[in-house]
Ligand binder design. Structure first.
Ligand code: GDP
Ligand code: IMO
Ligand code: MG
Length: 435
């Protein structure tokens, strides 16, 4: 059985949760390797909706091991809230089906405060972060001043490191941001007390994941955010603070890059983005609103309305190539059911030059003029269709046209939020099979 990375190929919210939940039927391990509770992954089973922020989307299948890898920025309060929320709904969650990396960095109150204060400081240049402390936590990780999950389990070490961290963070909060300082004892009380709750989940998850793979189990790596929000390859500085695609797996899960067998991108049949930053194919008119309403495009984490627009071939080709995708899954095709005409971005013009390929970081993408081509809509409800042959001709024509433009095989379609609302395509088995 292979290891498969499933990542968001646009700006996040592509339906990763739904797809991971579906693929987890056949998997043994589901592993998050980056991001934190900035993610909001929605899984709908029998009309019941679950929004997962930190816990991997395999948690609703009994018997799967769900791993929060060392590359995830873990807010322990959110972690516990999510565990308890699931338990209240009858989902079994304990140290046997949920594992937490001892080496994962911890998000504290000061990270969240600094995240929100920095956004105010940036004014018009703000990123539109989720305010979950992600950037400041990864900054401390790189600066080697962070605390890790293992530190929370050791009260003395936790006190020493948190005291040192707060000395600096309080100066920043009070003198730069004009906020009240945080009291060390209160913070210690809040966070070290969590150690005993976390302990049963904590382990050397890298070793556990490598071991499962060596035993021939299917291991799924669940990306959060999307390729265009990648800290290195996205639309910097309007990105998140981690490597969101297959590039993040080895460092963020302790899994050798050479062991990753397959990579599958997830993308909607159109595009959305939450927060600030360039989005060339954004539709500011009535169609953008129509997509938002038809797709219920409001953030799963912050509730913010998502910016909506058309499928972008240049962005997609870029993110699939960058991540070495073997195939991709097109979600939310049903959201386009009501459109007479569907547009697709197939070229850009910037400063008098035209581009057929993603122009990369050297170009100011906010200045892009997009060239669109269009397809006729199928104007039929496709949410109950489960086989490719049963799709309306015009829907098939759209899918195959986009597939041709992108140049990478679409291995599955999703036609609704429910677990069973999928249409497998030829190539799915190969995309999930060992090399
Ligand atoms: P993620 O962050 O990539 O897991 O995606 P989100 O959960 O943030 O956003 C995807 C939204 O679309 C959620 O509300 C899902 O329930 C929903 N969804 C997923 N797949 C489909 C689909 O094929 N059709 C429709 N209409 N909704 C979908
Ligand atoms: P999932 O996993 C969509 C966006 C924020 C902001 C930028 C930086 O559900 O696809 P951060 O809080 O990470 O510092 O914010 O990234 N963002 C997301 N957008 N889906 C997500 O996650 C996101 N996580 C962060 O809106 O623009
Ligand atoms: Mg989401």
């Amino acid at each position: 059985m292979p290891s498969v990375c499933v990542f968001g190929a646009q700006w996040g919210d592509e339906g990763k949760g739904k797809i991971i939940d579906r693929l987890a039927q056949d998997a043994e391990f589901v592993v998050r390797y980056q991001g934190g509770a900035n993610a909001g992954h929605t899984v709908v089973v029998g009309g019941a909706k679950y929004v997962l922020h930190l816990i991997p989307s395999g948690i609703l299948h009994p018997g799967r091991v769900n791993v929060i890898g060392n590359g995830v920025a873990v807010d322990p309060l959110k972690f516990i809230e999510e565990v308890e929320g699931l338990r209240k709904r009858g989902v079994k969650v304990d140290g046997s089906n949920l594992r937490l990396a001892a080496g994962a960095h911890v998000i504290f109150e000061h990270h969240k405060r600094i995240d929100q204060a920095s956004e105010r400081w940036r004014g018009l240049g703000r990123i539109g972060t989720t305010g979950r402390g992600i950037g400041p936590c990864y900054a401390d990780k790189a600066a080697r001043t962070g605390l890790r999950v293992a530190d929370l389990l050791e009260p003395d070490r936790c006190r020493r490191r948190l005291q040192a961290a707060l000395a600096e963070k309080n100066a920043l909060l009070t003198q730069v941001h004009g906020e009240a300082p945080l009291a060390l004892e209160e913070q210690l009380d809040r966070y070290t007390n969590l150690g005993s709750v976390l302990r049963p989940f904590v382990g050397d998850t890298g070793a556990e994941v490598r071991d499962a793979y060596k035993r021939g189990k299917l291991v799924l790596f669940e990306g959060a955010q999307g390729a265009l929000l990648d800290i290195d390859h996205g639309t910097y500085p309007f990105v998140t603070s981690s490597n969101t695609g297959s590039d993040g797996v080895s460092a963020g899960a302790g899994f050798p890059a050479r062991w990753l067998d397959r990579v599958i991108g997830i993308a909607k049949a159109y595009c959305t983005r939450v927060g600030e930053g360039p989005f060339p194919s954004e539709d500011h008119g009535a169609d953008g609103v129509k997509i938002r309403e038809a797709g219920n495009e409001y953030g799963a984490t912050t509730g913010r309305p998502r910016r909506c627009g058309w499928f972008d071939v240049l962005a997609m080709r870029y993110s699939l190539e960058l991540n070495g995708a073997d195939g991709w899954i097109m979600t939310n095709l049903d959201v386009l059911d009501g459109f007479d005409e569907i547009r697709v971005a197939t070229g850009y013009e910037v400063a008098g030059r035209s581009y057929q390929e993603w122009p990369g970081a050297l170009v100011d993408l906010s200045e892009v003029r997009v060239r669109y081509e269009s397809a006729r809509g199928w104007k039929t409800d496709i949410t109950k269709i489960r086989s490719y042959d049963d799709l309306p001709e015009l829907a098939k024509r759209y899918v195959e046209w986009v597939e041709r433009l992108v140049g990478v095989k679409i291995v599955m379609l999703s036609v609704g939020p429910e677990r069973d609302q999928i249409i497998p395509r030829e190539g799915l088995a190969a995309a999930l099979a060992a090399v």
